[in-house]
Design a protein around this ligand. Structure first.
Ligand SMILES: [Fe+2]
Length: 284
């Protein structure tokens, strides 16, 4: 049975410098600090209790969590995953508490990328951002893929994702009417490639860009505008080479009339304002 994913829920990152990463997440990115337990720190970007966390460890071990609709759907997803050969692990109560979810399962995708499906991410009032970054929430991720055809098959055939566009061999997949929630970025390894937060306006993109420059944060793409989703964006480098993005104005798709499009893999397909990506996997 198809695994019906509702949305991205959280990313869990590891870092060699927990204090430095926490400083980045709040003072630069602008997120609200939530929990600070032992060597684990979590952060809020919207109504959810935790959409990003850092813990001490190997930065190559990233986790992306997605939300499913109910406990029954989680059970059914576990069975589906086991049937196609994935080892599925049930999250413990302590792990659920750390993630602020009611229940979750963990597995690795065919390329070894660590994925979690969770139920009921806990929510509260809007996040109290650490600075005026204009963030409205955690919105999408790029995932490295050693085989985009294989991984697209997983997300679209085993799960409910739909292809909105492709740029060369890079599919942009949607889980809702939002143009994309997952971008599969061809690479020689797996894991989270970039983490997107939506902001309120183009002014926020520009304001954040200026702040990032003042703090000597490497800007790796933009400001620019994607011809695929229409979003205005800026991408920059965080701790341990993780790429973060602020964007605004992502297109919403009419499920009945939308047809996927194929863009050539060239700079103008990634930015219509002429910005060139300084991101290895996106530089042609
Ligand atoms: Fe993005």
């Amino acid at each position: 049975m198809t695994i019906n994913i509702l949305d991205v829920a959280y990313t869990r990152l590891k870092t060699l410098d927990l204090d430095g990463a926490s400083e980045f997440a709040t003072r630069i990115l602008g997120l609200e600090p939530a929990d600070r337990i032992g060597n684990h720190r979590s952060f809020r970007s919207d109504r959810r209790m935790s959409t990003l966390s850092y813990e001490a460890g190997n930065p190559s071990e990233t986790i992306i969590g997605f939300e499913l609709g109910s406990g029954e759907e989680l059970e059914s997803a576990a069975k589906t995953l086991e049937k196609i050969g994935h080892d599925v692990r049930r999250g413990s109560r302590a792990e659920c508490d750390q993630r602020h979810v009611s229940d979750f399962i963990a597995f690795s995708d065919a390329g070894g990328g660590r994925i979690e499906f969770a139920v009921s991410p806990h929510v509260a009032g809007a996040a109290k951002l650490s600075r005026d970054a204009g963030i409205t929430g955690f919105s999408h991720v790029g995932l490295f893929s050693q085989d985009t055809e294989r991984d697209e098959h997983f997300w679209t055939q085993v799960c409910n994702a739909r292809v909105s566009d492709r740029v060369g061999e890079l599919p942009l997949l949607r889980l809702s009417q939002i143009h994309h929630s997952i971008a599969l970025v061809p690479a020689k390894h797996s894991g989270v490639q970039h983490i997107n937060h939506q902001v309120k306006s183009i002014d926020d993109v520009q304001r954040n860009y200026s702040l990032l420059r003042q703090h000597n944060i490497p800007i790796v793409f933009g400001p620019g505008r994607h011809p695929t989703s229409g979003a205005r964006f800026v991408y920059f480098e965080g701790p341990d080479d993780m790429i973060f993005e602020y964007s605004v104005g992502v297109q919403e798709v009419d499920e009945k009339t939308y047809r996927e499009r194929q863009f050539g893999f060239e700079p103008s397909s990634l930015c219509m304002w002429g910005a060139k990506a300084k991101i290895k996997e996106l530089s042609s």
